[in-house]
Design a protein around this ligand. Structure first.
Ligand code: ADP
Length: 471
C-alpha cells in the first residue's frame, strides 16, 4: 500500500476515534457530568458558607457572614437560606427568583424533618420544581452539631436541561468532524509527500547505483531519518567504489606479479631449449630457477585463494590443542634454508611450554607471514627476533625486525588488502595480501593484534592467543 494512502487512512482513523470519544463524552455522559459538577459546586458553596458561619457569625460579625453568603449565592446562581434551630427562616438570598422551596412536596420543612429524622450532618436531594420545568438540587446541612443544632443551611440550585444542549453539540460535532476530515486529508497528503519525496529520490538514486553508477548522489533533505538513510547509502557507495578500485588494483597487482615470474619461466625454458639443453650444469641451474618461480607463483595464487575464502565468511575455524613453543620452533625451522643461504638470523626467545587452543593451520600461517615479512623488511644486519611471552590469560607472540619501520599514517593501511608500500630498498616480492590474511585469521579467532614501529629502528608485530578451551 502506498505511503500516502497509509498516512491518510491512519489520519482518518484517528479522527473517527476522536469523534467517537467526543460523541460518547458529550452526548451520553453530559448529563451525569453536569449533575456531578453541580453537586460538587453546591457542596463547595455550602462549605464556604459554613466556614463563614463558624468564624464570622459566631464571633458576632454578622455583616461579614451576610456578605459572604450573598456573594456565594450571586456568584454561583444559587438560592441560600439560613434557618434557626427551630426551622424559622432568618436569612435568605433568592437569586433565581423562584426557589426555596414550594408546595407540600418540596417544602423547607420536608427537608428539615428529613435531616432531623435521619440525624445526618448534611443531605442532597434532586427534586422537580412544580413551578418551573427544571429539576432542582436541594442541599441541606446542620449548623453547629447534629446533637445540638444551632441552625440549618439550605442551598437550592437549578439543574438546567441538557437535552437542548446535546442537540446543539451533536450538530456541532458533525460539522467539526467533516471539517477535521477535510483538514486531515490536506495534512496527510502534505505529510505523506514530505515523507515519501525524499524516499522516492533516494530510491531513484539507489536504482542508478544498482546500475553501476558509483558517482550518484543521495539527497535525503526533508527529515533526519531520510538524511541518515542517504548518508548511509553515500557511505555504502564510497565503500563500493573502494572495493571497485581495490579490485582493479588487485587485477593490476596480480597480473603484474604474475607476469614477472611467467616471463622468467618462459625465458629460462627458452634458454634450456636453445642454449643449455646439452649442458647439464647450466640446465640444472635454469631448471632450479624455473622450479623456484613456479613455487612463488603457486604461493601467490594460494594467498589469493586463502584470503578470498577467509573473507567470504565461509571459512570455519577448526581448533585443536597444541604446544605453542614447539610450534614456533617448527615454523622458524622452515626458514632454515633461507637463513643459511642468505645470512638471515632468526632469534627465538621462548617462554615455558604452554598448551593453546586454536586453529593450528591458520595460526601457523599468521606466524609464517609475520616472520616472512620481518625477513623481507628487516635491516642490513638481517636479524629477526621472535618472542613467546606467557601471560595470565594467554600467550603474546611478537615478531621484531630491524628494518626502516613503518610511518604512523601507514600503520592503519598495511593490514588492508593489496596495500603495498612502494619505498622499500629491496625489491620484495609479495602480493600485499600477507597482512590481510593475518588480520582475517586473527579477527576470526577474536585475538588482539597490532604493530609498534619506530622509524629507522624497526617494527614489532604482535598478537595474543587467548586462553580458552572452546570456540
Ligand atoms: P607484502 O609483504 O606482500 O607486500 P603484506 O600484506 O604482508 O604484503 O604487507 C603489506 C605492507 O606492509 C608491505 O608492503 C610493507 O610495506 C608493510 N610491511 C609489512 N611488514 C612489514 C615490516 N615488518 N616492516 C616494515 N613494513 C612492513
Amino acid at each position: 500500500m502506498p505511503l500516502r494512502l497509509k498516512v491518510w487512512i491512519h489520519f482518518v482513523m484517528f479522527i473517527i476515534l476522536v469523534f467517537v470519544l467526543m460523541w460518547i463524552f458529550q452526548i451520553f455522559f453530559l448529563e451525569s457530568f453536569y449533575e456531578k459538577m453541580k453537586t460538587r459546586s453546591v457542596t463547595e458553596n455550602a462549605a464556604e458558607i459554613v466556614s463563614s458561619y463558624n468564624t464570622d457569625y459566631k464571633s458576632g460579625n454578622k455583616t461579614e457572614f451576610i456578605n459572604k453568603y450573598t456573594e456565594t449565592a450571586i456568584g454561583n446562581d444559587v438560592c441560600v437560606e439560613i434557618l434557626d434551630k427551630y426551622g424559622r427562616s432568618i436569612y435568605s438570598k433568592d437569586v433565581l427568583g423562584d426557589c426555596l422551596v414550594h408546595g407540600r412536596e418540596n417544602s423547607t420543612y420536608k427537608f428539615l424533618n428529613e435531616i432531623r429524622r435521619t440525624e445526618l450532618p448534611e443531605a442532597l436531594y434532586k427534586v422537580s420544581n412544580p413551578r418551573g420545568q427544571n429539576d432542582m438540587l436541594v442541599y441541606i446541612c446542620v449548623l453547629g452539631s447534629v446533637r445540638y443544632p444551632e441552625g440549618y443551611l439550605l442551598i437550592n440550585s437549578e439543574l438546567a436541561p441538557v437535552s437542548s444542549t446535546v442537540s446543539i453539540i451533536k450538530r456541532q460535532l458533525i460539522i467539526i468532524t467533516v471539517i477535521l476530515i477535510l483538514i486531515a486529508a490536506g495534512i496527510s497528503v502534505f505529510l505523506a509527500n514530505r515523507i515519501s519525496n525524499p524516499i522516492d529520490r533516494i530510491t531513484k538514486s539507489a536504482e542508478n547505483l544498482a546500475k553501476g553508477d558509483l558517482n550518484t548522489k543521495f539527497d535525503g533533505t526533508g527529515y533526519l531519518e531520510a538524511q541518515k538513510l542517504a548518508d548511509t547509502l553515500m557511505y555504502a557507495e564510497k565503500e563500493l567504489s573502494k572495493v571497485d578500485t581495490m579490485q582493479r588494483d588487485l587485477i593490476a597487482n596480480v597480473s603484474h606479479d604474475l607476469r614477472t615470474p611467467l616471463t622468467m619461466l618462459k625465458a629460462y625454458a627458452e634458454m634450456i631449449r636453445d642454449l643449455s639443453g646439452d649442458n647439464p650444469v647450466k640446465r640444472n641451474e635454469h631448471l632450479e630457477i624455473i622450479i623456484n618461480e613456479t613455487d612463488r607463483l603457486s604461493a601467490m595464487v594460494n594467498d589469493i585463494l586463502d584470503l578470498s575464502k577467509l573473507e567470504s565468511g565461509k571459512q570455519k575455524l577448526n581448533p585443536s590443542e597444541f604446544e605453542i613453543s614447539s610450534k614456533l620452533t617448527e615454523i622458524i625451522g622452515r626458514f632454515k634454508g633461507i637463513s643459511e643461504k642468505m645470512g638471515y638470523h632468526i632469534h627465538f626467545a621462548s617462554d615455558t611450554e604452554k598448551m593453546v587452543y586454536c586453529d593450528v593451520v591458520k595460526i601457523e600461517q599468521v606466524i609464517y607471514n609475520l616472520i616472512n615479512n620481518a625477513i623481507n623488511y628487516t635491516g642490513e644486519d638481517k636479524q629477526v627476533y621472535v618472542r613467546q611471552i606467557n601471560k595470565p590469560d594467554g600467550v603474546l607472540i611478537e615478531v621484531e625486525d630491524t628494518g626502516d619501520g613503518i610511518e604512523e599514517d601507514k600503520i592503519k593501511l598495511i593490514f588492508d588488502k593489496y596495500y603495498r608500500s612502494e619505498n622499500h630498498k629491496r625489491e620484495v616480492v609479495g602480493t600485499g595480501l600477507g597482512l590481510s590474511i593475518v588480520k582475517a585469521v586473527l579477527k576470526l579467532h577474536g585475538y588482539d593484534y597490532g604493530v609498534r614501529s619506530t622509524l629507522g629502528k624497526g617494527s614489532v608485530f604482535w598478537f595474543r592467543i587467548n586462553d580458552v578451551t572452546k570456540m
